[in-house]
Design a binder for this molecule. Structure first.
Ligand SMILES: [Zn+2]
Ligand SMILES: [Zn+2]
Length: 233
């Protein structure tokens, strides 16, 4: 959606983005109830559980570069369509809707809250061909909602590899190892950061990016993604 369309949308009567019925917000009550989430999940790997829990059995003795995973939606209709609309058509309203699906975030009581949001970066060549990074768009909204700064440019994807979708889980992990790095001469990162992605599938890219953040001195990495596709990370 182009910017002028977005303004028309914002000025028009309140209509549900999905069904165009009357709505108080971006989605009507009926569409909201039919969303594929929020789902209960392990807060360490995102595996679906009957209710949200700090860790599933598989995660109790597992070392992962991220400390918390928040993926409230399943990658199913209409969330999949919304993500595709944002990613491939530049539909900014879809981005706004998707960011609201991440709220209010996980309930993890005493744990330190993130101090900044880092959108998962695209390789510069890919970003040029798509003209924008969908994760930056989500981060802009989420940063406003959570009152957190968005840090662009600290983390960069410096190696472009074949698209992950053609590979299996093990190949994906190998494919992205070393694909991210921290840019020197940027201000230091805060101790707790929120790494934001749109969809998590095998977690290979998130794993690689979070590893770099930990090596760069970040103490706690929360991985947030609107949706997850597949089992656990
Ligand atoms: Zn609706
Ligand atoms: Zn788990």
């Amino acid at each position: 959606m182009a910017l002028d369309e977005l303004f028309r949308w914002l000025q028009g009567p309140a209509r549900c983005y999905l069904c165009r019925g009357r709505a108080a917000g971006l989605l009507c009550e009926t569409c909201r109830e039919q969303l594929p989430g929020p789902r209960g999940a392990c807060l360490r790997c995102g595996r679906r559980l009957p209710q949200t829990a700090p860790a599933c059995g598989a995660c109790l003795n597992r070392r992962l570069p991220y400390d918390l995973v928040w993926t409230p939606m399943d990658y199913r209709f209409p969330v999949d369509r919304l993500i595709q609309a944002l990613k491939f058509k530049g539909d900014l309203v879809a981005g706004r809707v998707l960011a609201t699906l991440l709220l209010p975030g996980p309930d993890c009581g005493y744990l330190p809250r993130p101090q900044a949001i880092l959108p998962m970066p695209l390789h510069p060549r890919r970003q040029r061909s798509r003209s924008f990074n969908q994760c930056s768009e989500l981060a802009r909204h989420l940063g406003r909602d959570l009152e957190l700064p968005v840090l662009e440019g600290h983390l960069e994807r410096w190696r472009d590899d074949p698209p992950q979708s053609s590979l299996d889980a093990l190949q994906r992990r190998r494919n992205v190892r070393g694909a991210y790095r921290l840019r020197r001469r940027m201000t230091a990162l805060p101790p707790t950061v929120l790494l934001l992605d749109d969809v998590v599938t095998t977690g290979a890219t998130a794993h690689a990016a979070a590893t770099v953040l930990k090596q760069g001195g970040v103490q706690r990495v929360e991985l947030w993604a609107v949706a997850r596709a597949g089992g656990g990370l």
